[in-house]
Write a protein that binds this ligand. Structure first.
Ligand SMILES: Nc1nc2c(ncn2[C@@H]2O[C@H](COP(=O)(O)OP(=O)(O)OP(=O)(O)O)[C@@H](O)[C@H]2O)c(=O)[nH]1
Ligand SMILES: [Zn+2]
Length: 302
């Protein structure tokens, strides 16, 4: 293996199994293969690589600042590494799932990544119900922004630009909430940037199945949106059941009141969390979601 100092540096802007697209500091995009069976690359990774003909080989993945992932019974999926924030898109039409929102928040909390929630399609009457469902999240300190990306693009851009321009932001959200609309609004040459990735991979066929990196300002290579594919399941099997309450700020606030240090907050007497649910300080739906996830995490792992 070449000494690391002799290798080129690069940023992973797309990853498909053993194939990744690495962007050089000059902005060139090159298809690379991974060295060794064990190595794994995700979008956002900083790597050292070596040219090999028209392509390259990733020799080394730099240590990650963070990694956002989900893990269900059968597979582990990494969304991205080294990100500054998550922007979670939700809407009233289709109505977002509180369970999915909570899971994304828990995964991000466990990875140490801040999250902002964006309620899009705010002009629709259905947004009112979504707004109400988001109230417990606002109350526990989650910042919730509102946009109408399609009907008020200029106002949306003005709101989002200062929040996005200097950060690497991973966009999450269910299908149909406006992720593509967001990318097309904020990234001038989004189609060209996708084209570069497809060209580097010699095919367009994978490009919708994994996270993609878009520079907000491709010339300055400043600020990026990472568009992730929609997902059905958001498994949290990588999280320890005992840690779960500590990753839910509304529950965490009441844990010190529990009589038992190892309280599971389900049936123990003198539970501060359940008392808070009864007083209405923790929403019933959040407590139900906690129970569902906890049960999932305690089920035998295969
Ligand atoms: N009413 C309304 N519709 C919007 C708004 N933003 C986006 N849409 C529409 O919602 C639909 C879904 O938007 P997309 O941007 O394709 O959503 P997506 O999240 O990328 O969905 P997938 O491509 O399925 O993952 C499109 O028909 C958009 O035109 C909005 O602010 N208000
Ligand atoms: Zn308790």
């Amino acid at each position: 293996m070449a000494r690391q100092t002799e290798l080129d540096t690069g940023l992973v802007v797309a990853a498909h199994g053993r194939h990744v697209v690495v962007e050089t500091p000059e902005g060139r995009r090159i298809q690379c293969h991974l060295r060794g069976k064990k190595s794994e690359c995700v979008v956002g990774d900083r790597v050292r690589w070596q040219a090999s003909g028209d392509e390259g080989v990733v020799e080394h993945v730099e240590p990650r600042r963070n990694l956002l992932m989900r893990q269900d019974e059968w597979k582990t999926k990494s969304f991205a590494a080294n990100i500054d924030q998550v922007l979670m898109l939700v809407a009233g039409e289709p109505m977002f799932s509180e369970s999915q929102l909570s899971r994304a928040l828990i995964a991000a909390e466990s990875a140490g990544i801040p999250v902002r929630v964006l309620l899009n399609k705010a002009e629709l009457p259905q947004a009112e119900v979504a707004r109400e469902r988001l109230q417990p999240y606002r109350a526990m300190g989650v910042e919730v922004l509102e946009t109408s990306l399609k009907t008020s693009p200029d106002a949306s851009r003005a709101l989002l630009t200062p929040l996005l321009q200097d950060a690497a932001t991973l966009v999450l959200g269910p299908s149909g909430t406006g992720k593509s609309t967001l990318v097309n609004l904020m990234v001038e040459d989004a189609q060209a940037q996708v084209g570069d990735i497809s060209q580097a991979l010699n095919s367009g066929r994978h490009t919708t199945t994994s996270t993609r990196w878009y520079w907000l300002d491709a010339a300055a290579r400043r600020g990026a949106l990472l568009d992730s594919p929609g997902f059905q399941e958001f498994g949290l099997r990588h999280i320890e059941a005992d840690q779960l309450p500590m990753l839910m700020p509304d529950l965490r606030a009441h844990v010190p009141q529990c009589r038992f240090y190892n309280c599971t907050h389900r049936h123990e007497p003198g539970c501060g969390v359940r008392a808070a649910v009864e007083r209405g300080e923790i929403s019933a739906s959040r407590y139900r979601i906690y129970g569902e996830i906890r049960e999932e995490l305690e089920r035998t792992k295969w």
